[in-house]
Each structure stands twice: as C-alpha cells, then as structure tokens.
Design a protein around this ligand. Structure first.
Ligand code: G3P
Length: 218
C-alpha cells in the first residue's frame, strides 16, 4: 500500500518524507489556498518545490473544466516534472481529458469520485489513479469504505490497472480499513500517518525496558 500525504505544506511534506514511508503527495486548489499559494507562477513553483522534496508521484490539479482548457493546463503541468500526475475532476469533459492524456502517456488522477459508476468510467478512460473521497461520504452518513470495497471488486473483476487512491482520509482507522480492503494508495494528513505509531503498551513497554536497563547498569 502506498502512502501519500494530502497537503501543500512543505514542512509537513518534508516531515513525512523524513519518516521514510512516503510514496507521494496529493494537492488540490483548497490545500494550495490554505498555504497562501496563489497566482499561476507561485502555484507552478510550489509544485516544483514539492517534487524536489519527495521521490514519488505529485498530483497537480487542473482548474479548467472544459476539455481544451484541461488538456492545455494538464500538458503544461506534466511538463513541469516527471513526478507530476495530472489531477482531473470527474466530469464529462474530465473523462474525455483523461482518455486524451492516457493515449498520450500522461498519468492522471481522477478526483472527486463518490460512486462506483464514476470509478468504472475513470478506469475505462485509462486513469492512473481514481480518488474516492471516503471522509466526505462519511460526512453525509454514507459508508465511504463500502465504496472502496465496491471499486476493488469491480476493478478486480476486469483487471483494470487504475489504482484506487483512497482520499479524504481523516484518521488511522480509515487507513487500516482501506489496507484491509485492498486500496492501492491512501492519501491523508500527516497526523493520520503519525498516529499509526501510537500505542500505550509500546510506551509502557519502552519505559520498563529503559528502567530495567538503568537498574542493571547503574
Ligand atoms: O484528497 C482529497 C482531500 O483533499 C479532501 O479531503 O478532508 O477535505 O474531505 P477533505
């Protein structure tokens, strides 16, 4: 299972990279705005900085919502760095753009996916990644994890190579459940990754080991 971090915050990206378990980064216009990154040039520079920090894939989202606009933006983004994956929204022109990019060998991440039907279309169009937003489904009392299970079954039935990128992950249980269901990738905040470390018995056990060492060596 690949671990992506879902942020445009360079410090958090660096911390996750330093942990040694990071496989990539996902961003979106809201995450960019949260870091105060505005204006085309600044956004482009920010993507380049992210690519310098991490070794893996970096999703960069198009802003256009028409086919020609998405193709123009996506081709420019893909040229920025070999790690860039063009993030395209799940809309009609988005599917056309994903098919276009796929035919050209440009990797894509189909975002804002909330149903199995949308995920099936994204795979048919040749998306590299599909991003079901599980946290946002949970927010409206719909089981986000069930969507991961449905997509896994559909992709396995037909051998689709599109990778399931569980997005809108909010906490450790989302990560663990996605791993059980066979999601290829999860993207979440740094806190969700770091929280996987924690267990009170680990802390108690370590304190005991150190105390016993001290007793024997003082
Ligand atoms: O990867 C998608 C993500 O950025 C959305 O997360 O927490 O805003 O639903 P959230």
């Amino acid at each position: 299972m690949k671990f992506f971090i879902d942020t445009a915050n360079l410090q958090q990206i660096t911390e996750a990279q330093d942990l040694g378990v990071l496989d990539g980064v996902t961003t979106n216009p809201s995450l960019m705005a949260k870091e105060g990154i505005t204006g085309e040039d600044n956004i482009i520079n920010h993507y380049k900085k992210i690519c310098e920090i991490v070794d893996g894939d970096v999703s960069a989202e198009v802003i256009a919502t028409d086919f020609e606009g998405m193709v123009k933006e996506g081709e420019a983004l893909a040229k920025l760095h070999k790690q860039i994956v063009v993030k395209v929204p799940m809309i009609k022109d988005g599917i056309k753009a994903i098919k276009y990019f796929s035919d050209k060998g440009i990797r894509t991440n189909c975002t804002l996916v909330f149903s199995a039907g949308q995920a099936l279309l994204a795979a048919k169009a040749g998306a590299t990644y599909v991003s079901p937003f599980i946290g946002r489904l949970d927010d409206i009392s719909t089981d986000g994890l069930n969507l991961i299970a449905e997509i896994r079954m559909i992709y396995d039935n037909y051998g689709f190579e599109t990778q399931i990128l569980a997005a809108s992950v909010r906490h450790t249980m989302h990560i663990i459940d996605c791993a059980k269901l066979g999601a290829d990738v999860m993207t979440g905040p740094l806190s969700s990754i770091e929280s996987l470390l924690k267990h009170p018995l680990t802390d108690i056990g370590l304190a005991q080991f150190l105390a016993d060492y001290k007793k024997g060596n003082s």
